[in-house]
Ligand binder design. Structure first.
Ligand code: GLN
Length: 544
Protein backbone atom coordinates (compact mmCIF):
# COMPACT_ATOMS: atom_id res chain seq x y z
CA UNK A 1 0.00 0.00 0.00
CA UNK A 2 1.69 3.15 -1.16
CA UNK A 3 -0.73 6.02 -0.76
CA UNK A 4 0.26 8.64 1.77
CA UNK A 5 -3.26 9.21 3.04
CA UNK A 6 -3.72 8.66 6.76
CA UNK A 7 -6.66 6.62 8.05
CA UNK A 8 -8.69 7.14 11.20
CA UNK A 9 -11.17 4.40 12.07
CA UNK A 10 -14.06 5.21 14.38
CA UNK A 11 -15.54 2.20 16.15
CA UNK A 12 -18.30 2.05 18.73
CA UNK A 13 -18.64 0.06 21.92
CA UNK A 14 -21.11 -0.62 24.75
CA UNK A 15 -24.20 0.77 23.04
CA UNK A 16 -25.52 1.91 19.71
CA UNK A 17 -26.69 5.50 19.11
CA UNK A 18 -23.70 7.09 20.84
CA UNK A 19 -23.21 9.44 17.92
CA UNK A 20 -20.21 8.08 16.02
CA UNK A 21 -21.36 10.10 13.02
CA UNK A 22 -21.26 13.37 14.96
CA UNK A 23 -17.91 12.58 16.61
CA UNK A 24 -16.46 11.63 13.21
CA UNK A 25 -17.87 14.76 11.58
CA UNK A 26 -16.61 16.96 14.44
CA UNK A 27 -13.13 15.50 14.24
CA UNK A 28 -13.17 15.94 10.47
CA UNK A 29 -14.24 19.57 10.93
CA UNK A 30 -11.32 20.24 13.30
CA UNK A 31 -8.84 18.61 10.93
CA UNK A 32 -10.29 20.45 7.93
CA UNK A 33 -10.07 23.72 9.88
CA UNK A 34 -6.34 23.09 10.27
CA UNK A 35 -5.91 22.76 6.54
CA UNK A 36 -6.03 18.97 6.20
CA UNK A 37 -8.12 17.74 3.29
CA UNK A 38 -10.43 15.38 5.15
CA UNK A 39 -13.33 13.15 4.20
CA UNK A 40 -15.49 10.68 6.08
CA UNK A 41 -16.84 7.35 5.05
CA UNK A 42 -19.40 5.08 6.67
CA UNK A 43 -19.29 1.30 6.53
CA UNK A 44 -22.62 -0.27 7.44
CA UNK A 45 -22.69 -3.94 8.44
CA UNK A 46 -26.24 -4.70 7.23
CA UNK A 47 -27.00 -6.77 4.14
CA UNK A 48 -29.15 -4.31 2.20
CA UNK A 49 -27.05 -3.12 -0.75
CA UNK A 50 -27.89 0.45 0.26
CA UNK A 51 -30.44 2.07 2.57
CA UNK A 52 -32.60 3.12 -0.40
CA UNK A 53 -34.96 0.22 0.15
CA UNK A 54 -35.22 0.76 3.91
CA UNK A 55 -38.29 2.15 5.60
CA UNK A 56 -37.47 5.39 7.51
CA UNK A 57 -38.61 3.59 10.69
CA UNK A 58 -35.54 1.35 10.35
CA UNK A 59 -32.64 3.76 9.90
CA UNK A 60 -34.19 7.18 9.55
CA UNK A 61 -33.85 9.31 6.45
CA UNK A 62 -32.16 8.06 3.30
CA UNK A 63 -29.62 10.69 2.25
CA UNK A 64 -28.78 11.21 -1.43
CA UNK A 65 -25.43 12.34 -2.86
CA UNK A 66 -24.74 14.27 -6.07
CA UNK A 67 -23.78 11.06 -7.86
CA UNK A 68 -27.12 9.50 -6.94
CA UNK A 69 -26.05 7.19 -4.12
CA UNK A 70 -28.80 6.43 -1.59
CA UNK A 71 -26.90 6.52 1.69
CA UNK A 72 -26.96 6.52 5.46
CA UNK A 73 -28.08 9.76 7.09
CA UNK A 74 -24.65 10.22 8.69
CA UNK A 75 -23.38 11.34 5.26
CA UNK A 76 -25.73 14.28 5.65
CA UNK A 77 -23.90 15.26 8.85
CA UNK A 78 -20.57 14.94 7.06
CA UNK A 79 -21.66 17.30 4.29
CA UNK A 80 -23.34 19.74 6.67
CA UNK A 81 -20.20 19.96 8.83
CA UNK A 82 -17.55 19.93 6.08
CA UNK A 83 -19.38 21.56 3.16
CA UNK A 84 -17.69 19.04 0.85
CA UNK A 85 -19.89 16.73 -1.24
CA UNK A 86 -19.78 13.00 -0.55
CA UNK A 87 -20.30 10.26 -3.11
CA UNK A 88 -21.08 6.58 -3.54
CA UNK A 89 -17.60 5.78 -2.22
CA UNK A 90 -18.47 7.34 1.14
CA UNK A 91 -21.03 4.70 2.12
CA UNK A 92 -20.53 0.97 1.78
CA UNK A 93 -22.69 -1.83 3.18
CA UNK A 94 -22.05 -5.53 3.67
CA UNK A 95 -24.61 -6.14 0.92
CA UNK A 96 -22.56 -4.10 -1.55
CA UNK A 97 -19.31 -5.80 -0.49
CA UNK A 98 -20.76 -9.28 -0.98
CA UNK A 99 -22.50 -8.25 -4.21
CA UNK A 100 -19.22 -7.19 -5.79
CA UNK A 101 -17.30 -10.22 -4.52
CA UNK A 102 -20.03 -12.55 -5.83
CA UNK A 103 -20.08 -10.74 -9.20
CA UNK A 104 -16.31 -11.23 -9.48
CA UNK A 105 -16.70 -14.89 -8.58
CA UNK A 106 -19.34 -15.35 -11.31
CA UNK A 107 -17.00 -13.73 -13.82
CA UNK A 108 -14.33 -16.24 -12.86
CA UNK A 109 -11.98 -13.62 -11.45
CA UNK A 110 -10.90 -15.83 -8.54
CA UNK A 111 -9.50 -18.47 -10.93
CA UNK A 112 -11.06 -21.48 -9.26
CA UNK A 113 -10.05 -20.61 -5.70
CA UNK A 114 -12.42 -20.92 -2.74
CA UNK A 115 -13.93 -17.50 -2.02
CA UNK A 116 -13.85 -16.74 1.72
CA UNK A 117 -14.53 -14.01 4.27
CA UNK A 118 -10.78 -13.73 4.79
CA UNK A 119 -9.17 -12.72 2.48
CA UNK A 120 -11.81 -11.95 -0.18
CA UNK A 121 -14.42 -10.06 1.82
CA UNK A 122 -11.82 -8.28 3.93
CA UNK A 123 -9.83 -7.39 0.78
CA UNK A 124 -12.95 -5.88 -0.75
CA UNK A 125 -13.57 -3.89 2.46
CA UNK A 126 -9.96 -2.63 2.44
CA UNK A 127 -10.27 -1.74 -1.24
CA UNK A 128 -13.44 0.31 -0.53
CA UNK A 129 -11.75 2.08 2.39
CA UNK A 130 -8.76 3.01 0.24
CA UNK A 131 -10.74 4.16 -2.81
CA UNK A 132 -11.04 7.60 -1.23
CA UNK A 133 -7.42 7.64 -0.03
CA UNK A 134 -6.07 6.65 -3.43
CA UNK A 135 -8.06 9.36 -5.20
CA UNK A 136 -5.34 11.77 -4.10
CA UNK A 137 -8.00 14.22 -2.95
CA UNK A 138 -7.55 13.68 0.78
CA UNK A 139 -4.84 13.81 3.44
CA UNK A 140 -7.01 12.05 5.99
CA UNK A 141 -9.87 9.59 5.54
CA UNK A 142 -12.07 8.97 8.58
CA UNK A 143 -13.91 5.66 8.34
CA UNK A 144 -16.83 5.11 10.67
CA UNK A 145 -17.60 1.44 11.26
CA UNK A 146 -21.35 1.08 11.85
CA UNK A 147 -22.70 -1.08 14.66
CA UNK A 148 -21.03 -1.99 17.94
CA UNK A 149 -17.88 -4.05 18.42
CA UNK A 150 -18.73 -7.58 19.35
CA UNK A 151 -21.61 -7.77 16.85
CA UNK A 152 -21.22 -10.82 14.60
CA UNK A 153 -21.87 -8.74 11.48
CA UNK A 154 -19.11 -6.22 12.37
CA UNK A 155 -16.35 -8.84 12.59
CA UNK A 156 -15.10 -8.65 8.96
CA UNK A 157 -14.82 -4.86 9.29
CA UNK A 158 -12.84 -5.05 12.52
CA UNK A 159 -10.62 -7.66 10.86
CA UNK A 160 -10.07 -5.32 7.89
CA UNK A 161 -9.10 -2.55 10.34
CA UNK A 162 -6.64 -4.92 12.05
CA UNK A 163 -5.02 -5.78 8.72
CA UNK A 164 -4.82 -2.15 7.61
CA UNK A 165 -3.26 -1.02 10.90
CA UNK A 166 -0.68 -3.75 10.54
CA UNK A 167 0.04 -3.15 6.85
CA UNK A 168 0.15 0.65 6.98
CA UNK A 169 2.15 0.78 10.18
CA UNK A 170 2.45 3.29 12.98
CA UNK A 171 1.30 6.86 12.30
CA UNK A 172 -0.72 5.84 9.24
CA UNK A 173 -3.83 4.22 10.69
CA UNK A 174 -5.37 4.71 14.12
CA UNK A 175 -8.53 3.68 15.92
CA UNK A 176 -10.79 6.06 17.83
CA UNK A 177 -13.17 4.04 19.96
CA UNK A 178 -16.41 5.70 21.03
CA UNK A 179 -17.86 4.29 24.19
CA UNK A 180 -20.35 4.98 26.97
CA UNK A 181 -19.58 5.72 30.62
CA UNK A 182 -22.93 5.08 32.31
CA UNK A 183 -23.95 6.87 35.51
CA UNK A 184 -25.56 4.63 38.08
CA UNK A 185 -27.86 6.85 40.07
CA UNK A 186 -28.26 4.36 42.92
CA UNK A 187 -24.49 4.38 43.46
CA UNK A 188 -24.11 8.02 42.30
CA UNK A 189 -21.13 6.87 40.26
CA UNK A 190 -19.83 6.79 36.72
CA UNK A 191 -18.86 3.27 35.72
CA UNK A 192 -15.88 2.34 33.53
CA UNK A 193 -16.37 -1.43 33.37
CA UNK A 194 -18.49 -1.56 30.18
CA UNK A 195 -15.77 0.45 28.42
CA UNK A 196 -13.03 -1.85 29.71
CA UNK A 197 -14.99 -4.77 28.29
CA UNK A 198 -15.58 -3.21 24.90
CA UNK A 199 -11.87 -2.29 24.57
CA UNK A 200 -11.10 -5.88 25.50
CA UNK A 201 -13.54 -7.15 22.86
CA UNK A 202 -11.69 -5.07 20.26
CA UNK A 203 -8.39 -6.50 21.46
CA UNK A 204 -9.70 -10.06 21.07
CA UNK A 205 -9.89 -9.19 17.36
CA UNK A 206 -6.32 -7.89 17.48
CA UNK A 207 -7.20 -4.19 17.46
CA UNK A 208 -5.89 -1.81 20.12
CA UNK A 209 -7.85 1.43 20.46
CA UNK A 210 -5.56 4.48 20.23
CA UNK A 211 -8.06 7.05 21.45
CA UNK A 212 -11.14 6.64 23.64
CA UNK A 213 -14.00 9.07 23.25
CA UNK A 214 -16.29 8.61 26.23
CA UNK A 215 -19.94 9.62 26.02
CA UNK A 216 -21.17 10.67 29.42
CA UNK A 217 -23.93 12.62 31.10
CA UNK A 218 -21.57 13.89 33.84
CA UNK A 219 -18.04 15.33 33.83
CA UNK A 220 -15.30 12.68 33.92
CA UNK A 221 -12.89 13.30 36.81
CA UNK A 222 -9.11 13.04 36.39
CA UNK A 223 -9.30 9.88 38.48
CA UNK A 224 -11.69 8.21 36.03
CA UNK A 225 -9.60 9.26 33.05
CA UNK A 226 -6.47 7.80 34.69
CA UNK A 227 -8.34 4.59 35.46
CA UNK A 228 -9.64 4.28 31.89
CA UNK A 229 -6.17 4.93 30.50
CA UNK A 230 -4.61 2.29 32.74
CA UNK A 231 -7.16 -0.43 32.07
CA UNK A 232 -7.57 0.26 28.36
CA UNK A 233 -3.92 0.67 27.31
CA UNK A 234 -4.26 4.26 26.12
CA UNK A 235 -2.46 7.46 27.11
CA UNK A 236 -4.33 9.63 29.58
CA UNK A 237 -4.40 12.48 27.04
CA UNK A 238 -6.13 10.09 24.66
CA UNK A 239 -9.13 9.66 26.98
CA UNK A 240 -11.54 12.24 25.65
CA UNK A 241 -14.76 13.22 27.36
CA UNK A 242 -17.82 13.74 25.20
CA UNK A 243 -20.51 15.12 27.46
CA UNK A 244 -24.10 15.56 26.21
CA UNK A 245 -24.43 18.72 24.11
CA UNK A 246 -27.45 20.96 23.63
CA UNK A 247 -26.80 21.01 19.87
CA UNK A 248 -24.70 18.76 17.64
CA UNK A 249 -23.04 21.91 16.30
CA UNK A 250 -21.34 22.41 19.70
CA UNK A 251 -19.48 19.12 19.44
CA UNK A 252 -16.50 20.35 17.33
CA UNK A 253 -15.68 23.01 19.95
CA UNK A 254 -16.15 20.49 22.75
CA UNK A 255 -13.76 18.09 21.03
CA UNK A 256 -11.32 20.95 20.51
CA UNK A 257 -11.42 21.76 24.24
CA UNK A 258 -10.71 18.12 25.00
CA UNK A 259 -7.84 18.02 22.51
CA UNK A 260 -9.23 15.27 20.28
CA UNK A 261 -7.75 16.86 17.15
CA UNK A 262 -4.27 17.28 18.59
CA UNK A 263 -4.10 13.77 20.02
CA UNK A 264 -5.27 12.30 16.69
CA UNK A 265 -2.75 14.38 14.71
CA UNK A 266 0.06 13.44 17.07
CA UNK A 267 -0.75 9.76 16.63
CA UNK A 268 -0.82 10.23 12.86
CA UNK A 269 2.59 11.92 12.97
CA UNK A 270 1.13 15.19 11.67
CA UNK A 271 1.58 18.69 13.03
CA UNK A 272 -1.30 20.43 14.71
CA UNK A 273 -2.19 24.09 14.86
CA UNK A 274 -5.15 26.10 16.06
CA UNK A 275 -8.13 25.32 13.83
CA UNK A 276 -9.81 28.26 12.18
CA UNK A 277 -13.43 27.95 13.31
CA UNK A 278 -14.29 31.60 12.67
CA UNK A 279 -17.28 31.15 10.39
CA UNK A 280 -18.44 28.06 12.30
CA UNK A 281 -18.53 30.05 15.54
CA UNK A 282 -20.28 32.93 13.81
CA UNK A 283 -23.02 30.48 12.76
CA UNK A 284 -23.21 29.14 16.33
CA UNK A 285 -23.53 32.64 17.71
CA UNK A 286 -26.42 33.45 15.37
CA UNK A 287 -28.04 30.08 16.10
CA UNK A 288 -27.89 30.64 19.86
CA UNK A 289 -28.87 34.31 19.91
CA UNK A 290 -31.98 34.57 17.76
CA UNK A 291 -33.74 37.94 17.66
CA UNK A 292 -37.17 36.38 17.20
CA UNK A 293 -38.88 33.08 16.49
CA UNK A 294 -41.34 31.41 14.13
CA UNK A 295 -43.29 28.16 14.25
CA UNK A 296 -43.36 26.03 11.14
CA UNK A 297 -45.52 22.94 10.72
CA UNK A 298 -43.79 19.91 9.25
CA UNK A 299 -46.50 17.73 7.80
CA UNK A 300 -45.49 14.15 7.25
CA UNK A 301 -46.26 10.61 8.19
CA UNK A 302 -43.05 9.65 10.00
CA UNK A 303 -43.27 12.54 12.47
CA UNK A 304 -42.80 10.42 15.58
CA UNK A 305 -39.22 9.71 14.51
CA UNK A 306 -36.83 12.68 14.51
CA UNK A 307 -34.39 10.92 12.18
CA UNK A 308 -36.90 10.52 9.33
CA UNK A 309 -36.70 14.17 8.32
CA UNK A 310 -33.17 14.82 9.58
CA UNK A 311 -31.93 16.95 6.69
CA UNK A 312 -35.08 19.10 6.71
CA UNK A 313 -34.74 19.78 10.44
CA UNK A 314 -31.04 20.65 10.06
CA UNK A 315 -31.81 22.90 7.06
CA UNK A 316 -34.18 24.86 9.31
CA UNK A 317 -31.37 25.30 11.84
CA UNK A 318 -29.05 26.67 9.11
CA UNK A 319 -31.77 28.92 7.68
CA UNK A 320 -32.83 30.07 11.14
CA UNK A 321 -29.27 31.13 11.96
CA UNK A 322 -28.98 32.93 8.61
CA UNK A 323 -32.10 34.94 9.53
CA UNK A 324 -31.22 35.15 13.26
CA UNK A 325 -34.58 33.56 13.95
CA UNK A 326 -35.33 30.50 16.03
CA UNK A 327 -37.37 28.05 14.01
CA UNK A 328 -39.68 25.93 16.12
CA UNK A 329 -40.68 22.95 14.03
CA UNK A 330 -44.02 21.44 14.96
CA UNK A 331 -44.50 17.91 13.65
CA UNK A 332 -48.00 17.27 12.38
CA UNK A 333 -49.14 13.79 11.45
CA UNK A 334 -50.86 13.94 8.06
CA UNK A 335 -52.86 10.76 8.74
CA UNK A 336 -54.82 12.58 11.45
CA UNK A 337 -55.39 15.74 9.46
CA UNK A 338 -58.68 16.34 7.66
CA UNK A 339 -60.97 19.08 6.39
CA UNK A 340 -62.69 19.35 9.77
CA UNK A 341 -59.60 19.81 11.94
CA UNK A 342 -57.18 21.49 9.53
CA UNK A 343 -57.91 25.01 10.81
CA UNK A 344 -57.50 23.93 14.42
CA UNK A 345 -54.18 22.27 13.67
CA UNK A 346 -52.64 24.80 11.28
CA UNK A 347 -54.03 28.26 11.97
CA UNK A 348 -51.40 29.18 14.60
CA UNK A 349 -48.49 28.35 12.27
CA UNK A 350 -46.26 30.87 10.49
CA UNK A 351 -45.48 28.48 7.65
CA UNK A 352 -46.13 24.92 6.52
CA UNK A 353 -43.76 22.43 4.92
CA UNK A 354 -45.29 19.33 3.37
CA UNK A 355 -42.69 16.58 3.53
CA UNK A 356 -41.42 14.00 1.04
CA UNK A 357 -42.80 10.48 1.22
CA UNK A 358 -43.95 7.35 -0.53
CA UNK A 359 -47.30 5.59 -0.80
CA UNK A 360 -50.88 6.45 -0.08
CA UNK A 361 -50.90 6.64 3.72
CA UNK A 362 -51.56 10.17 4.93
CA UNK A 363 -51.79 11.88 1.54
CA UNK A 364 -55.35 13.22 1.85
CA UNK A 365 -54.30 15.05 5.03
CA UNK A 366 -51.41 16.60 3.13
CA UNK A 367 -53.78 17.74 0.39
CA UNK A 368 -56.16 19.30 2.96
CA UNK A 369 -53.18 21.11 4.50
CA UNK A 370 -52.09 22.51 1.13
CA UNK A 371 -55.59 23.76 0.42
CA UNK A 372 -55.78 25.49 3.78
CA UNK A 373 -52.44 27.33 3.41
CA UNK A 374 -53.05 28.19 -0.25
CA UNK A 375 -56.45 29.72 0.48
CA UNK A 376 -55.30 31.49 3.63
CA UNK A 377 -52.07 32.75 2.11
CA UNK A 378 -49.85 31.09 4.73
CA UNK A 379 -46.28 30.45 3.47
CA UNK A 380 -46.04 26.98 1.94
CA UNK A 381 -43.04 24.88 0.97
CA UNK A 382 -43.60 21.47 -0.67
CA UNK A 383 -40.76 19.02 -1.09
CA UNK A 384 -40.98 16.14 -3.56
CA UNK A 385 -44.22 14.38 -2.53
CA UNK A 386 -45.16 17.72 -0.94
CA UNK A 387 -44.84 19.43 -4.33
CA UNK A 388 -46.87 16.67 -5.97
CA UNK A 389 -49.61 17.17 -3.35
CA UNK A 390 -49.68 20.88 -4.18
CA UNK A 391 -50.24 20.11 -7.87
CA UNK A 392 -52.99 17.60 -7.05
CA UNK A 393 -54.71 20.03 -4.67
CA UNK A 394 -54.59 22.78 -7.29
CA UNK A 395 -55.97 20.47 -9.98
CA UNK A 396 -58.82 19.31 -7.74
CA UNK A 397 -59.86 22.56 -6.10
CA UNK A 398 -58.89 25.32 -8.53
CA UNK A 399 -59.20 23.68 -11.96
CA UNK A 400 -61.96 21.35 -10.66
CA UNK A 401 -60.44 18.21 -12.15
CA UNK A 402 -62.48 15.85 -10.01
CA UNK A 403 -60.44 13.03 -8.45
CA UNK A 404 -57.11 14.30 -9.79
CA UNK A 405 -54.32 12.27 -8.26
CA UNK A 406 -50.93 10.67 -8.73
CA UNK A 407 -50.78 7.26 -10.37
CA UNK A 408 -48.64 6.25 -7.38
CA UNK A 409 -51.86 6.35 -5.33
CA UNK A 410 -54.35 5.19 -7.93
CA UNK A 411 -53.50 3.40 -11.20
CA UNK A 412 -56.84 4.17 -12.82
CA UNK A 413 -57.17 7.81 -11.90
CA UNK A 414 -59.18 10.05 -14.29
CA UNK A 415 -56.73 12.90 -14.10
CA UNK A 416 -53.18 11.67 -13.51
CA UNK A 417 -51.64 15.11 -12.90
CA UNK A 418 -48.67 13.31 -11.36
CA UNK A 419 -47.57 10.29 -13.34
CA UNK A 420 -44.79 7.78 -13.78
CA UNK A 421 -42.15 8.79 -16.30
CA UNK A 422 -42.09 6.68 -19.48
CA UNK A 423 -38.69 5.17 -18.62
CA UNK A 424 -39.92 4.21 -15.14
CA UNK A 425 -42.80 2.11 -16.50
CA UNK A 426 -40.62 -0.91 -17.29
CA UNK A 427 -38.70 -0.75 -14.00
CA UNK A 428 -39.37 -3.76 -11.78
CA UNK A 429 -36.38 -3.71 -9.40
CA UNK A 430 -36.70 -1.36 -6.44
CA UNK A 431 -33.08 -0.70 -5.44
CA UNK A 432 -31.35 2.32 -6.99
CA UNK A 433 -33.89 2.69 -9.81
CA UNK A 434 -35.56 6.02 -8.99
CA UNK A 435 -34.57 9.35 -10.56
CA UNK A 436 -31.60 9.90 -8.30
CA UNK A 437 -28.83 12.40 -7.71
CA UNK A 438 -28.07 15.78 -9.17
CA UNK A 439 -30.10 17.11 -12.13
CA UNK A 440 -30.02 20.45 -13.89
CA UNK A 441 -32.88 22.91 -13.66
CA UNK A 442 -33.46 26.21 -15.47
CA UNK A 443 -35.43 28.91 -13.68
CA UNK A 444 -37.85 31.33 -15.33
CA UNK A 445 -36.58 34.84 -14.76
CA UNK A 446 -39.93 36.27 -13.71
CA UNK A 447 -40.32 33.67 -10.96
CA UNK A 448 -39.91 33.77 -7.18
CA UNK A 449 -37.53 30.79 -7.50
CA UNK A 450 -35.23 32.92 -9.65
CA UNK A 451 -35.28 35.80 -7.20
CA UNK A 452 -34.45 33.40 -4.35
CA UNK A 453 -31.56 31.63 -6.12
CA UNK A 454 -30.37 34.76 -7.90
CA UNK A 455 -29.39 32.77 -10.99
CA UNK A 456 -30.91 30.88 -13.90
CA UNK A 457 -29.17 27.53 -13.82
CA UNK A 458 -29.18 25.37 -10.71
CA UNK A 459 -28.52 21.73 -9.89
CA UNK A 460 -30.40 19.88 -7.20
CA UNK A 461 -30.68 16.32 -5.93
CA UNK A 462 -33.62 14.06 -6.67
CA UNK A 463 -35.11 10.84 -5.33
CA UNK A 464 -38.49 9.93 -6.82
CA UNK A 465 -40.25 8.00 -9.57
CA UNK A 466 -43.26 10.17 -10.30
CA UNK A 467 -43.36 13.53 -12.12
CA UNK A 468 -45.57 16.50 -12.88
CA UNK A 469 -47.56 15.38 -15.92
CA UNK A 470 -46.74 17.74 -18.79
CA UNK A 471 -50.07 16.97 -20.46
CA UNK A 472 -51.75 19.17 -17.81
CA UNK A 473 -49.19 21.96 -17.91
CA UNK A 474 -51.15 24.45 -20.07
CA UNK A 475 -54.28 24.03 -17.97
CA UNK A 476 -52.42 24.34 -14.67
CA UNK A 477 -50.44 27.38 -15.77
CA UNK A 478 -53.51 29.11 -17.18
CA UNK A 479 -55.23 28.69 -13.80
CA UNK A 480 -52.35 30.42 -12.00
CA UNK A 481 -49.78 27.83 -10.92
CA UNK A 482 -46.53 28.56 -12.66
CA UNK A 483 -44.01 25.90 -13.66
CA UNK A 484 -41.02 28.04 -12.72
CA UNK A 485 -38.18 25.54 -12.97
CA UNK A 486 -37.73 23.14 -15.87
CA UNK A 487 -35.10 20.52 -16.53
CA UNK A 488 -33.38 21.82 -19.69
CA UNK A 489 -32.57 18.31 -20.98
CA UNK A 490 -35.85 16.48 -20.36
CA UNK A 491 -38.42 19.27 -20.06
CA UNK A 492 -39.60 17.89 -16.73
CA UNK A 493 -41.17 20.39 -14.33
CA UNK A 494 -39.01 20.71 -11.21
CA UNK A 495 -40.55 23.74 -9.46
CA UNK A 496 -44.08 25.11 -9.15
CA UNK A 497 -45.21 28.33 -7.52
CA UNK A 498 -48.33 30.50 -7.27
CA UNK A 499 -47.65 34.14 -8.16
CA UNK A 500 -49.88 36.31 -6.01
CA UNK A 501 -49.58 34.06 -2.98
CA UNK A 502 -47.00 35.53 -0.55
CA UNK A 503 -44.86 32.37 -0.60
CA UNK A 504 -46.13 29.18 -2.22
CA UNK A 505 -43.45 26.99 -3.76
CA UNK A 506 -43.00 23.29 -4.39
CA UNK A 507 -39.90 21.49 -5.62
CA UNK A 508 -39.65 18.04 -7.12
CA UNK A 509 -36.10 17.76 -5.74
CA UNK A 510 -34.68 17.71 -2.22
CA UNK A 511 -33.05 21.05 -1.35
CA UNK A 512 -32.49 19.81 2.22
CA UNK A 513 -29.66 17.53 1.05
CA UNK A 514 -27.58 20.52 0.01
CA UNK A 515 -27.97 22.81 3.02
CA UNK A 516 -24.82 23.11 5.12
CA UNK A 517 -23.62 25.24 8.02
CA UNK A 518 -21.50 27.42 5.77
CA UNK A 519 -23.95 27.37 2.89
CA UNK A 520 -27.57 27.36 4.11
CA UNK A 521 -29.99 26.51 1.33
CA UNK A 522 -31.47 29.69 -0.25
CA UNK A 523 -34.99 28.22 -0.42
CA UNK A 524 -35.01 27.42 3.30
CA UNK A 525 -33.54 30.84 4.09
CA UNK A 526 -36.25 32.56 2.01
CA UNK A 527 -39.03 30.36 3.42
CA UNK A 528 -38.05 31.13 7.02
CA UNK A 529 -37.93 34.84 6.13
CA UNK A 530 -41.41 34.58 4.56
CA UNK A 531 -42.71 32.80 7.68
CA UNK A 532 -41.23 35.57 9.81
CA UNK A 533 -42.83 38.29 7.67
CA UNK A 534 -46.14 36.47 7.88
CA UNK A 535 -45.83 36.11 11.68
CA UNK A 536 -45.69 39.91 11.89
CA UNK A 537 -48.91 40.49 9.95
CA UNK A 538 -50.74 37.36 11.14
CA UNK A 539 -52.50 39.11 14.02
CA UNK A 540 -54.35 41.28 11.53
CA UNK A 541 -55.42 38.41 9.28
CA UNK A 542 -58.74 36.61 9.63
CA UNK A 543 -58.37 32.97 8.67
CA UNK A 544 -61.09 31.01 6.91
N1 GLN B 1 -43.42 9.08 -3.85
C1 GLN B 1 -43.08 10.15 -4.73
C2 GLN B 1 -42.36 9.66 -5.97
O1 GLN B 1 -41.81 8.60 -5.99
C3 GLN B 1 -42.28 11.21 -4.01
C4 GLN B 1 -40.96 10.75 -3.51
C5 GLN B 1 -40.35 11.65 -2.48
O2 GLN B 1 -41.03 12.44 -1.83
N2 GLN B 1 -39.05 11.52 -2.27
O3 GLN B 1 -42.31 10.36 -6.96
Amino acid sequence: MTDSTKYVFVTGGVSSSLGKGIIGASLAKLLQAQGYRTTIQKLDPYINVDPGTLNPYEHGECYVTNDGAETDLDLGHYERFLNVPTSQANNVTTGRIYQSVIEKERKGEFLGRTVQVIPHITDEIKHRIQLLGKSGDYDIVITEIGGTVGDIESLPYVEAVRQMKWELGEHNAIVVHLTLIPFLSAAQELKTKPTQHSVKTLMESGVQADVLVCRTEHELSEKIKVKLARFCNVQKEAVIQSIDASTIYDVPNMMLDEGLDSVVLEKLGLTSSTPDLGSWNEFLHRHKNPKDEVTIGLIGKYVELQDSYKSILESFIHAGAANEIKVNVESIHSEYLNKENVKLKLSHLDGVLVAPGFGERGIEGKIDAVRYVRENKIPFFGICLGMQMAVIEFARNVIRLKGANSTEMDDNVNHPVIDLMEEQKSVTHKGGTMRLGSWKCRLKEDSMAYSVYGKTNIEERHRHRYEYNEAYMDQIEAAGMMASGINPDTGLVEIIEIPGHPWFLGVQYHPEYKSTVSSPHPLFVAFVKAAYDYSKIKKNVTLA
